[in-house]
Ligand binder design. Sequence first.
Ligand code: AGP
Length: 369
Amino acid sequence: EQIEKGGFEHFMLKEIYEQPRSVRDTLRGRLLPEQGLINMRGIDEYKEKFLNAQRIIIVGCGTSWHAGLVGEYLIEDIVRMPVEVEYASEFRYRNPIITEKDVVIAISQSGETADTLAAVKLAKSMGATIFGICNVVGSSIARETHAGAYTHAGPEIGVASTKAFTAQITVLALIALKLGYMKGSISESKYMRLLIELNSIPEKIEETLKCDPLTRYLAEIYKDSSNALYLGRGYNFPVALEGALKLKEISYIHAEGYPAAEMKHGPIALIDENMPVIVIAPKNDQYDKIYSNVQEVKARKGRVLAVVNHDDEDISSIADHIIEVPETENIYSPIINTIPLQLLSYHIALMRGCNVDQPRNLAKSVTVE
Ligand code: AGP
């Protein structure tokens, strides 16, 4: 086991550190920026189904569902097609309306999650085209789908999903860019710019990982909290959900993720000096809005830990602590911003004496409905 951990203390940490490699492997052979090409056989084969779909439905559970939410932003933004994201675990209990004009994207690291498999089977029986995004080759979900694209993240052993999440978003970004180009919903110059930037993401992840010692230092400060609130807007709202899930799963601290704008509709009542608020605030169109949210938290004596870009000034000047990450295109910011949150949860859990790789009550793949 020590050998498998490759010198890291835990699988989770190893897997966090593998992300430059796992994202690179997920892009390899698919993203050809010099030629302006994205190779994805599964999309080519079902091109007509995708382009003529009345909507795309994404299903998954847990972290895979969070990746699906990022996928919703990506596809609606770039392809201009309606997308719905469903908890696979709820899907069949709502008597869903599915037709042969729907494309369902099923996301699952293990490819064995019973709820996701059941959702796939139901949608398939109703005539939808099913596309899988799985990590485990030959898994049940991969076999049940019409087509798909594997995330080449490599085996994920830690129960808390890390590298699978960033690889899933990478595949979703490839799908969105490929469909957007095919459909003509994105200009050639924007498409090229986004391909080039996607190619630089593994390097930016490497740079982001340098925040590890800082996250360890911050973990020391935040480790005794009983609650935490994670806030993000737009593409970074799912990052807030994922950050909160990581903290809950492995450190057993109660945490909630919210769209930052929803704070005033309820969660703001929770804020006092004991409530750490983790704000994901990269430089983008919503920056000013999220700056106001940070002011609101500070006015109520909340403690703010902000994930910001290098050279950030406004939020950095009022937050209690900041973690700086490299700037990227907004559509890829979830991949970068999620990394410090993974590290923060890891260090907090470790300091609280928790079993990081095998948290209580959880299984790596949930094969019961
Ligand atoms: C993530 O950290 C969790 N352990 C869990 O939510 C997981 O993402 C979920 O069970 C789905 O698993 P899957 O991707 O293998 O289908």
